[in-house]
Design a protein around this ligand. Structure first.
Ligand code: FE2
Length: 258
């Protein structure tokens, strides 16, 4: 069995004073990472919005916090990130698109449209996905991206869904080894299925968005991460672990975020 942890949307700021809707995102990320590392995972999957302001200082801090765990990890970009700044930062590891753990090939995708909160894979990314799946020799495949490829019943977030999700699923459907798709961005837990492929999102390590809300709204749920326990036969167990953070400081009067 391989134990993977999905950790997402830390929104680290350029300085210690940075707050997202009242939350000290450096502190909450650190506490979630500390809890997560106690699970003794084989690997961490960081699914975007590594920085809240795509500053180099934010990425330096992000990699410092992750590197000090001494665990294998991979990351992909979110709409608040810039891949080039992220990769050029001190302590950075590169954005890697495909790697194998146990019997599973993990594919990381870039769903970011520059300077937009919306998601789209585009021709090049879909081709890279197809190529990776065609060359895959692992029995099982897990696909990771930042944006949601299905509607989640939050109108304000559903505008930002992967625009070419139909094309995305058309590729996945051709490869029966694909077991699951996981993503970040929506700052809440969501679980579904598409033609036998399991679909899962993950809470953020900082603020949470309210499920089933048409307009922007913050939720009272605690930060958290997702556990994925993969078996060699392709079956897996997955669940969310919440991390209670004292004095998290969420400003519930906040009406939106950039
Ligand atoms: Fe985010």
């Amino acid at each position: 069995m391989v134990k993977l942890l999905q950790i997402t949307d830390p929104h680290i700021g350029a300085s210690e004073d940075y707050r997202l809707a009242g939350v000290d995102t450096r502190r909450s990320f650190g506490i979630v990472l500390e809890q997560a590392s106690l699970e003794q995972p084989d690997m961490l999957l960081l699914t975007g919005d590594n920085a809240g302001d795509c500053s180099e200082a934010a990425y330096v801090h992000f990699f410092q916090q992750v590197n000090q765990l001494g665990l294998p990890y991979y990351w992909l970009p979110g709409n608040h990130d810039r891949i080039d700044t992220c990769e050029a930062s001190e302590g950075a590891t590169p954005f890697e698109r495909s790697f194998v753990v146990g019997s599973c090939n993990i594919i990381m995708l870039d769903s970011v449209i520059p300077r937009s909160p919306n998601g789209r894979l585009g021709e090049a990314e879909l081709q890279a996905l197809e190529q990776s799946l065609a060359e895959n020799t692992s029995a099982n495949v897990l696909v990771c991206l930042h944006h949601h490829p299905v509607n989640i019943n939050c109108a304000w977030l559903d505008q930002q869904m992967v625009a070419d999700a139909d094309e995305f699923f058309a590729v996945l459907e051709r490869y029966p080894a694909v077991r699951a798709v996981i993503w970040g961005h929506i700052h809440q837990e969501f679980n579904s299925e598409h033609k036998g492929i399991k679909l899962h999102s993950c809470p953020s390590t900082c603020i949470q968005f309210k499920p089933n809300s048409d307009d922007f709204a913050l939720d009272l749920a605690h930060p958290g991460y997702r556990v994925l326990e993969l078996e060699d036969d392709g079956s897996f167990n997955t669940y969310i672990r919440r991390v209670e953070i004292p004095d998290l400081g969420v400003d519930h009067s906040c009406l939106g975020y950039e």
